[in-house]
Design a protein around this ligand. Structure first.
Ligand SMILES: Cc1ncc(C[n+]2csc(CCOP(=O)(O)OP(=O)(O)O)c2C)c(N)n1
Ligand code: SF4
Length: 279
């Protein structure tokens, strides 16, 4: 008798590793992990065709918690590592994840250039507006008056970035803001980000109940962006500027040539440089 075997369906849990997360109870990062695994299962991407690169921080531990290829890298250097990987292995789906400190402070320069370079990858900033791993210092997305401590008496006194505004100014072609309180919405957003050709930026509001317990109220403050996604950068800039950094949705999406070294370009043989610089 002919046996027809049903196709093996890949499930979100298949993308999780055997390592149990050590995030604090209630940390938003659990929901980011779930959203990533749901998005990968929806897209039916084989584990061996995906890589998740991260920096350093509580959020950056995420690479170890998945079963796809991973690299838990160096603080602020996840995007640089990812760019190198994508240049060498263009067939891989490359995801990058880390904290607001990792991506916007020490890694801020890499972020700007990743936006304008537009290599095909998805970057998730798990934004808790604090340095969680190092016990609660102000980050570039922390309000100026938050965090009265010996290090920052009365708060840092420095105005925060709006990450979406920064991404737009730097030339990102896909800008979204998600929330861990809506993991299914976040998963759908990640599917759109992964499918977008080019650099997709997904700022994810991910509460840190340990150092910012007041963020547990985000579920009452976060709302969906009222407008449809725009491809007009001026309109996007106005909307992002007028927003309080708490509205979720795909804010901006446009088509820009994707940068892939070696694709459609001539590649210089390194030995040619040796001749040029010979004394
Ligand atoms: C080069 C370097 N500088 C500083 C540190 C210390 N450090 C580790 S994690 C971190 C910040 C973590 O904050 P964030 O990136 O926002 O992630 P979270 O822990 O909040 O998820 C810092 C400053 C480091 N590991 N390496
Ligand atoms: S310190 Fe904050 S960011 Fe880090 S695991 Fe705990 S709740 Fe999450």
């Amino acid at each position: 008798m002919n046996q027809t075997s049903a196709p093996i369906q890949i499930r979100p849990k298949d993308y999780k590793s055997a390592i149990k997360p050590i995030w604090c109870p209630g940390c938003g990062d659990f929901a980011v992990l779930n959203a990533i695994t749901k998005a990968l299962a929806f897209l039916e991407l084989p584990q061996e065709n995906v890589a998740l690169i991260s920096g350093i921080g509580c959020s950056s531990r995420i690479a170890a918690y998945t079963s796809v290829y991973g690299f838990h890298g160096v603080h602020g250097r996840a995007l640089a590592l990812a760019a190198g990987l994508k240049a060498a292995r263009r067939e891989l789906t490359v995801l990058v994840a880390g904290g607001d400190g990792d991506g916007l402070s020490i890694g801020g320069n890499h972020f700007m250039h990743a936006c304008r370079r537009n290599m095909d990858m998805t970057y998730i900033i798990m934004d808790n507006r604090v340095y969680g791993m190092t016990k609660g210092q102000a980050s570039p997305t922390t309000a100026a008056d938050w965090g009265d401590s010996k290090l920052t008496p009365g708060g840092s006194g420095i105005r925060p970035f709006q990450p979406a505004q920064l991404a737009l100014a730097a030339g990102a072609s896909f800008i979204a803001r998600g929330f861990t309180g809506d993991p299914n919405g976040l998963a759908r957003m990640l599917v759109a980000a992964i499918e977008h050709p080019g650099f997709s930026f997904v700022q994810t509001l991910s509460p840190c109940p340990t150092f910012r317990p007041e963020q547990m109220n985000w579920k009452h403050q976060v709302r969906a962006f009222e407008e449809e996604t725009t491809s007009d950068p001026l309109l996007a800039a106005q909307r992002i500027q007028a927003d309080d950094d708490m509205s979720t949705g795909i804010l901006y999406q446009t088509e820009v040539p994707v940068f892939q070294p070696g694709q459609g370009r001539s590649v210089t043989d390194v030995s040619a440089f040796e001749n040029e610089f010979e004394l």
